[in-house]
Design a binder for this molecule. Sequence first.
Ligand code: GLC
Length: 746
Amino acid sequence: MNDMKNAGTVATIPSDAEVTARVEALLGRMSLEEKVGQLAQISGADFMPGPKAEEIIRKRGAGSVLWLNDTKKFNELQKIAVEESPSGIPLLFALDVIHGYRTIFPVPLAMASSWDPAVAEQAQTIAAKEARAAGLHWTFGPMLDIARDARWGRIVEGAGEDPYLGAAMAAAQVRGFQGNDLADPERVVACAKHFAGYGAADGGRDYDPVFLSEAQLRNVYFPPFQAAVNAGVATFMSAYMDLNNVPASGNRWLLRDVLRGEFGFAGFVVSDAIAVGNLVVQGHARDGRDAALRSLKAGLNMDMASSVYLENLADLVNEGLLSMAEIDEMVRPILSLKVRMGLFEHPYVDETLLEKVVALPEHRQAARVAAQRSMVLLRNEGGLLPLPKTLKNVAVIGPLADSMEATEGSWMVFGHKPAAVTVLQGIRAKLPEASVTYAPGPEIRKDIPSFFDEVIFSEAQKPIQTPEAAEAAFQTAVETARGADVVIMVLGENANMAGEFASRGSLDLPGRQEELLKAVVALGKPVVLVLLNGRPLSINWAAEHVPAILEAWEPGTEGGNAVADILFGEVNPGGKLPVCFPRSGSHAPLYYARTLTHQPEDHPQYRSRYWDSPTTPLYPFGFGLSYTTFSITNLNVSASQVKIGESVTVTADVTNTGKVAGDEVVQLYIHQKWGSDSRPMRELKGFKRVPLNPGETKTVTFNLGADELRYWSTNAGRWLQDAAAFDIWVGADSLATLHADLEVVN
Ligand code: GLC
């Protein structure tokens, strides 16, 4: 296949008029069957029932193929589409490239912890380059769901609990994936998902119904999606679940009124997997035919893998229930994208390209830096960290310490074989002269494996460890620790414990990890805890008894090296939490941007909302420590009073008051004290990650104007900006105390 036309240099970008003319000409030549084919995304994997991809493509063409990761096969299917199908329209090949294709970057929740959009942009730029070299055109990312319930497994895939940080990460990832030219042969089409509100599933139970007010949707859950549209995202994906009793894939208000009507989105919407057919299962549609009609009318362009569009749309047109114009309206943006990507001119991929691209050293270096910048130092009592490189005898203990899968984390690409540098390997590479012993301790497993565990994760394929073997492993781990000068515990969750269909009721360390941690700490040696996990964990005991805790998340292919870089002081951690850590799963959902009650937490009588535990988070949103110290002073607001619609400039000085260079993330929060609606006691409205040498001071500047101060009011049923008084805080986390006042008047 190598002699085929392949992704060549970037063609001249066709004008909108040229694109329109080509699309209309194509539509004019296409039969109804062929148009319906473009509205279908068909499975390239053989785990799906029904006709094979080749058969469908040859008969009528198809919009896209997913769940295939085979460069040679891409070209084979493309050849059928281009040379044998009636209309010769090329296919879009799509896959979930969420945080890397072959070079795996930190999971998105980790990249959000960097509070550095450039980290996410570069990661997705490299992911796009590798994915495109493999023959993929379209990634089902970025995932933009705000998540305020750590029990929800897919919290790992997003940017955490805050819409302002989430919007910044959304735009950065779209830029990374798509660049600024859809015909660029080193980019892929992005897909803003899952529209919308998926992260608010009842009980954190993945796929469960979501009930959100319009104010919550518009003020919290929509902003990252709006940011993606503003950044030019070419596609959206509708979510699985019912949103206020209407499944997102059949939700006209969501897909037409909001997404097209208000956001001005001009691309196309693909459903989530089988979601159109599942309108029947969810009790919304009577049958597949009804489901197809409802989704099409609601503005859903492409049916992912349910075949309900393929089986019903032509009949619905022939029976007059749908018009050809309605079909054409859905097909146009799909054809338009294929024209803009230059797919008609360059439908094939050079099969020799991938191995050259993935071998580029700068890819792994970028992954290492991204992992370093994503990690969050949660505790460092007595300055135990950084550890000296002169150490001679270190024990590395825990079931994740040498797990490539846990290090690369959730949502690796279909068919990817984990190849991470594990924490154990990273430490051994850092201390080549030292004795670095290792013991995993008892294994950890899900109590109830999911479908994904059978087909994707190796952990579930292993035989279950017997209690006797677990006990022996426990004792071996304690004895291994006993023989060392310093112990590094690597605990948390396996890669399959967060992600899709991986919600859990508890946020505790799974298995006997905490028991092992306590036994090792009881030995009286210096203990460092490194967390590998895809969600906040209720590490209440560790937070009190383990002197040093590094949140490494799921750090990717270079994760072990990045952990060692930080533990031994070559890199000073500067990450901050994009989501708070609840003290218990039962406290979720828990988030900082809450409205005040009549007895707020600073009320003299306030103790706790629960009588059995504090309700404050173990670690607050925006929190993270450093090997140095910083001060944030001299907060200044350019005016103490402005009119509605006017802006102020907020400045503050940040100084490195310690002995080593480091980054501080300076954060700006507001609180509107009264207005049409009650407003959150704090809302992030600005952040900057600032590198500082010891003794250095920099001034950080933020702008506060209508964009930051307006909100959608339940009371008024519209967007507005109130005349009101505001608190302004600037600091190093969501508990910032440096305060100023602002008055907004009519
Ligand atoms: C999955 C996920 C979605 C993914 C799609 C295709 O079920 O919900 O995020 O992009 O199917 O793999």
